[in-house]
Design a protein around this ligand. Structure first.
Ligand code: ATP
Ligand code: MG
Length: 330
């Protein structure tokens, strides 16, 4: 694994499975490890079905009923969240660790005004008197909505635009001063200019609050210029991880290369890309059909004999850049 100092957040050999209706366990995450320092942004990149949302949910023990963490550790400030009592974990969720989802409507209560939703979050974690609570709520609303703070605070979620709803959710999420924000495709449901606006807001908050951020996206273009490091997931495994510049400009895993080659020319990150827009041949594997060997092998243009025999181990190309591919040893 990548060399680490004392980390704010450490995930170690995380395995998650979903139980099918027939009763079998299908592995959605297999041996995911990474760490994050305070104030650092980790971009999690992968195609649909690669396990990004499963990872976000597992980290906070919010998996659906048929999802199970089979083994691993999730350490936040050196304490394993997987070993905590539900009540202890609830205290951490929403205060020290915030979560933002793709669709803010699912996280906001439709029948409660935005102001009261923010108040409810604060009073669940802090004991403030009425005035202090009102003042704190107003400060947060003003920070995120400036002169519109009062109107937005008085509104119900359905009276807001998609971008405003995402801002309202972000306001709730940062209300108790988290150290870590997990954002699962936070801009995917927004139009391109609102996407940029929300990304700019997250960038500002990250700096102002020294937030560590896990930004999940299927789009390298969203992560470029935002993430400090990138973790590429494929079929629930870490294919590649390293400094964002290095991974995006000089990807080493055949899967990362293929993902980046699919970017439209207007947002190309590598000068060596061809002008015709390729797609990655084949489909990401279904959990029920995972074979032994490297999961990317059936779609890989650089496959070798060994790739169907066993899974590649992570090879460190430098102190901070790891690749799980037999091309580099494995
Ligand atoms: P997307 O980009 O589409 O959001 P993702 O990378 O977030 O995809 P996940 O939603 O984590 O992917 O899904 C990972 C795998 O787990 C997929 O194969 C998916 O079909 C499967 N999966 C997700 N939720 C469940 C569930 N509740 N029961 C069974 N399988 C599930
Ligand atoms: Mg997802």
């Amino acid at each position: 694994m990548v060399q680490k100092m004392t980390s704010l957040f450490e995930v170690d050999n995380l395995h998650v499975a979903y139980r099918s209706q027939a009763g079998g366990d299908f592995p959605a995450l297999a041996g995911v490890s990474f760490h994050m320092q305070a104030g650092e942004t980790l971009g999690v990149l992968g195609e649909s079905g690669s396990g990004k949302s499963t990872l976000a949910a597992a980290l906070l023990r919010l998996l659906p009923a048929n999802g199970r963490i089979q083994k691993g550790a999730v350490r936040f400030e050196s304490e394993d969240l997987l070993q905590k009592q539900a009540r202890e974990l609830e205290k951490i969720r929403g205060s020290r660790i915030g979560l933002i989802f793709q669709e803010p409507s699912l996280a906001l209560h439709p029948m409660i005004r935005v102001r009261d939703q923010i108040k409810n979050v604060i009073s669940a974690h802090e004991s403030l008197d009425r005035r202090a609570l009102q003042q704190k709520t107003l400060n947060i609303l003003t920070a995120l909505f400036s002169e519109e703070a009062k109107r937005i605070g008085d509104s119900y979620p359905h009276q807001l635009s998609g971008g405003q709803r995402q801002r309202a959710l972000i306001a709730q999420t940062i209300a108790c001063g988290p150290l870590l924000l997990v954002a699962d495709e936070p801009t995917a449901s927004l139009d391109p200019s609102t996407q940029q606006e929300i990304l700019a807001l997250l960038r500002t908050l990250r700096l102002q609050l020294n937030l560590a951020m896990m930004l999940i996206s299927h789009s390298p273009a969203v992560l470029a210029g935002f993430a400090d490091r990138i973790l590429v997931l494929y079929a629930g495994r870490v294919a590649e991880t390293g400094p964002a510049e290095e991974v995006l400009k000089s990807p080493q895993h055949p899967y990362t290369r293929a993902l980046l080659a699919c970017l439209p020319p207007s947002i190309a990150l590598s000068p060596t890309r061809k002008s015709k827009l390729p797609v990655i041949a084949g489909e990401s594997p279904h959990l029920a059909q995972l074979a032994k060997g490297c999961q990317f092998e059936p779609r890989c243009g650089e496959r070798m004999g060994v790739c169907i025999e066993k899974e590649p181990a992570e090879v460190m190309l430098s102190k901070s850049h790891g690749v799980s591919c037999f091309k580099y040893g494995g």
